[in-house]
Write a protein that binds this ligand. Sequence first.
Ligand SMILES: Nc1ncnc2c1ncn2[C@@H]1O[C@H](COP(=O)(O)OP(=O)(O)OP(=O)(O)O)[C@@H](O)[C@H]1O
Ligand SMILES: [Mg+2]
Length: 388
Amino acid sequence: MRAPSGYLLAARYRLLEPVGRGGMGTVWRAYDELLDRYVAVKEVRLPAVLDEELRAELCARTEREGRATAMVAHPSVITVFDVVTEDDRPWIVMELLQARSLEQLVQQDGPLHPRRVAEIGRQILGALRAVHAKGILHRDVKPSNVLVTEDRAVLTDFGLAALEGDVSITQAGIVLGSAGYIAPERVLGAKASPAADLWSLGATLYTAVEGRGLHGRRTAAAALAALTSGEPIPMTKAGPLAPVLDALLRIDPQTRLDSVRASLMLARVAAGGSAEEPLAPRRSTRPGPMISAPSFTRRPAHRGLHRAEATAAALSNGTTPARTPDTPRGTRAQTVPPPRQERRPGEGVHRRRVEPHPALSVYARVKAVLIKMCLPRRFWPRELRKRG
Ligand SMILES: Nc1ncnc2c1ncn2[C@@H]1O[C@H](COP(=O)(O)OP(=O)(O)OP(=O)(O)O)[C@@H](O)[C@H]1O
Ligand SMILES: [Mg+2]
């Protein structure tokens, strides 16, 4: 039975009013009378069919998982303050957010813009990466477990996800999690894994951007059959997010997008660009000399570099090298400005180091000539000195 309003939990948390209800219980706005602050309390409802031993085990497990989650400090991981066992069931005390769940957002406002969904996805993926790094799996990523505030997206309900793997619970016929968000391999009986969490994230973002669940009203088994039929996943509103969703929703966990690339792609879309990374250095679209500047990771030209290397790096970047005491006076360092390249939206947010392509040897030759002109021989890069 649900606790009444005004109930004092653990002689400390006063339950004020419910802020939401889900399959596993009620979430309350509550007041922590010890620390004088408002908190959220999730009152977990355990089915009456469970025997004493199983109840005790589930309470202990929720406490363990709560403790593990509390170790992960991340802006997109819900902060768990306390886990209490009282009245034979677990209660989770957590930060109270001024938020709507992603499920509520879609129900009330309709499908969200792909850029907004990409930003939410980027943040939630950050939360998953942080917990996966500590060996914790979520197991129940779905729109109702993503809370969206004014300025951040937060993943919640870690503690309860741990209950799902319990064989005795499954035998008791209790359905935990939502069929439409469970990875195909788990439907087939595989264990939970980081890759399965990523699939669930893909399905969650799909719902947010398309405004409807991937599986519609079908059962998990029927959905799996549809997914394995080879038909492309229908997407009409995902736009630049489509390749990310497509790659996250791969049936085979081995070929599924990994979290590092997913993070990069989501960041690109969130910044207004395209999810696909350029495969090769782009050529100038303007006609001109066959000189194309490779892109380099941006770093201060001189930090930790030999002066000659610093100059070479400055040249590579098309900037004027700072004069070193060894630069012959009166010799003006010449630079060849790289041709202007068209910027794509979102470009420049993440720079990848791209090795110069052999076709850029003209560029390498010009650079060599300039180094020879500007610097004494002892500061030339080794390969240049060898060549003479
Ligand atoms: N920390 C919180 N701060 C503010 N509101 C919250 C918080 N946690 C949950 N809520 C609200 O309570 C609602 C119900 O959450 P709950 O986790 O109980 O339900 P659910 O996710 O739909 O189902 P399930 O029991 O499967 O997790 C959420 O949709 C959200 O609106
Ligand atoms: Mg929930």
